[in-house]
Write a protein that binds this ligand. Structure first.
Ligand code: TYD
Length: 332
């Protein structure tokens, strides 16, 4: 693949994928299309070779911006999304626009320009919650919050374009992702940066919800494997293999930041809070992908990155973020 368009490439997982492509495939050029909405950050793409990487600011729901970026591309990998469940509980319009309408606009461009692959980055949240065992790709969609409903909607449009128009669509469903450069609304960077500042860690409900943690570079590698080895029309789970309760995750963060449990502040639970996510990644394993990052090393690296990169997150936490934080946590 000579030219890959990465939408949402200025975000957390997207920017890791852009770096992965440029490092792994010397013959590949990348165009990042990103609207630079609240969580997109040009700092995430600093230092890339301008001969091989081009940044275009644009919204995936804007057909003209998309057509300009996609013309001549071999593949589109779509990371652009509204991704935070708690924000989707406050209003879902932006989620519908980006995660459904935007996907449909991209799929139309994929069809028009005859790309070799369209990869839709999705989430394990489309399966909903599971108390025991792990979901496989053939299991029914059962999203339970506005965010996951919008991601499921995007997937259905992707599948529709595969079935109806033969667009070579591949879908990945990743588990909860962690690592450097994650916007500090998500639990891990929120708790790490609060712990650094000695601020409370707002733990929802009983803290026993389970998430399966996947290191961001492993997620990028999994998407790359599905992109290059995957079969059009197929779905691939990408699992971290690190299921932890939120209280276990919190204790790990406290240990790594040298804080004690007095910082933990139990707060009112998230409405409709999914209890446990678990997926089986055997299908992607069969194509050669395995997560490489052990949990202890990944957590140590992630926490150290936030400790060493205050210049990255402090401006974020003092900006628009403050209004969000007050609205989200003020009354809890
Ligand atoms: P989050 O990072 O929002 O990811 P997702 O909801 O997509 O899994 O949340 C991860 C878990 O952490 C989830 O069970 C909710 C919990 N959580 C808290 O306990 N407190 C918080 O402030 C946040 C943001 C999340």
């Amino acid at each position: 693949m000579k030219k890959i368009v990465v939408t949402g490439g200025a975000g957390f997982i997207g920017s890791a994928f852009v770096r992965f492509q440029l490092e792994r495939y010397p013959g590949t050029k990348v165009v990042t299309l990103d609207a630079l909405a609240y969580s997109g950050n040009p700092a995430n793409l600093e230092g890339l070779d301008p001969e091989r990487h081009r940044f275009v600011q644009g919204d995936i729901a804007d057909p003209e911006a998309v057509r300009t970026a996609v013309e001549g591309a071999d593949a589109i990998v779509n990371f652009a999304a509204e991704s935070h469940v708690d924000r989707s509980l406050m209003g879902a319009e932006a989620f519908i626009r980006t995660n459904i309408t935007g996907v449909e606009v991209l799929l139309r461009a994929a069809r028009e320009f005859g790309v070799q692959r369209y990869l839709q980055v999705s989430t394990d949240e489309v399966y909903g919650s599971i108390d025991e065992g792990a979901f496989r790709e053939g299991d029914p969609l059962s999203p339970r919050n506005p965010y996951s409903a919008s991601k499921a909607g995007g997937e259905l449009f992707a599948r529709a374009h595969f079935e109806t128009f033969g667009v070579p669509v591949v879908i990945t469903r990743g588990s909860n992702t962690y690592g450097p450069r994650q916007y500090p609304e998500k639990v891990l960077p929120l708790f790490v940066t609060n712990a650094i500042d000695g601020l409370p860690l707002p733990l929802y409900g009983d803290g026993l919800n389970v998430r399966d943690w996947l290191y961001v570079d492993d997620h990028a590698a999994g998407i790359d494997c599905a992109l290059r080895q995957g079969v059009p029309g197929e779905i691939y789970n990408i699992a971290g293999g690190n299921e932890r309760t939120n209280i276990e995750l919190t204790r790990k963060i406290l240990a790594l930041t040298g804080r004690d449990e007095s910082l933990v502040k139990p707060v009112t639970d998230r409405p409709g809070h999914d209890r446990r996510y678990s997926i089986d990644a055997s299908k992607l394993n069969a194509l050669g992908w395995r997560p490489q990052m052990p949990w202890d090393d990944g957590m140590a690296r992630a926490v150290q990155w936030y400790q060493e990169n205050e210049a990255w997150w402090r401006p974020i936490k003092s900006g628009e973020y403050r209004a969000y934080y007050d609205a989200q946590y003020g009354a809890r």
